[in-house]
Design a protein around this ligand. Structure first.
Ligand SMILES: [Fe+2]
Length: 194
């Protein structure tokens, strides 16, 4: 899967529909995580597709929360995102806001990692370091089991995501922590400009 969309176009579309710093933080984080996973999973040549799909996956959420994943195709058409990217973006809401199933490995990773980055981010903010750099899988597992912690991050979706990938939760946790380490500094740099 490849895309002719440039990062510049993707970013301007994202910023046109997203003003909340938290939403931009999430978009940059998922972008960086997907970039890491593309290389990790042997799809280095598709890195831009994975990354830009991650950047744009929630593009419609801030303005159209009731039509999440339904409004996205129309917004993505503004930058000629193409059918593949539209499918990938919509499939991250499978079972929640649409019935487009994640098929490609990239789509399964997006489905699994999207919700998990929220949990890891919340756990990182609780740490003295305020960082994911010194986070261990064991401490994330404790946060995962504590249902009151970051209750908005659906444990069911994270479990389903691991299942779709055929991975144990531990594998999804350790890889996604690594992915977030890889982009923490770059995400922070971009947030300084927000
Ligand atoms: Fe998301």
């Amino acid at each position: 899967m490849t895309t002719s969309v440039t990062r510049e176009d993707a970013l301007s579309l994202l910023k046109k529909y997203n003003k909340e710093p938290f939403h931009l933080l999430h978009a940059y984080t998922v972008e960086g995580v997907m970039r890491w996973y593309a290389k990790e999973m042997g799809y280095a040549e598709e890195e831009e597709y994975w990354a830009l799909t991650g950047l744009l996956h929630d593009v419609d959420f801030e303005v159209y929360p009731e039509e999440h994943c339904k409004k996205a195709p129309e917004l993505l058409a503004e930058i000629d995102a193409g059918e593949d990217m539209i499918h990938s973006v919509c499939s991250h809401g499978y079972g929640l806001c649409c019935d487009i199933e994640p098929v490609h490995p990239m789509e399964k990773i997006l489905f699994a990692a999207d919700e998990l980055t929220g949990l890891i981010g919340a756990a990182a903010r609780m740490r003295p370091s305020k960082s994911v750099m010194d986070m261990e899988v064991s401490s994330l597992k404790k946060k995962f089991k504590d249902k009151r912690f970051a209750a908005g991050c659906s444990r069911d979706v994270i479990r389903q995501g691991a299942e779709k990938l055929g991975w144990e939760l531990d594998e999804l946790f350790s890889k996604t922590i690594e992915a977030m380490k890889s982009c923490e500094a770059e995400v922070a740099r971009q947030m300084e400009e927000v």
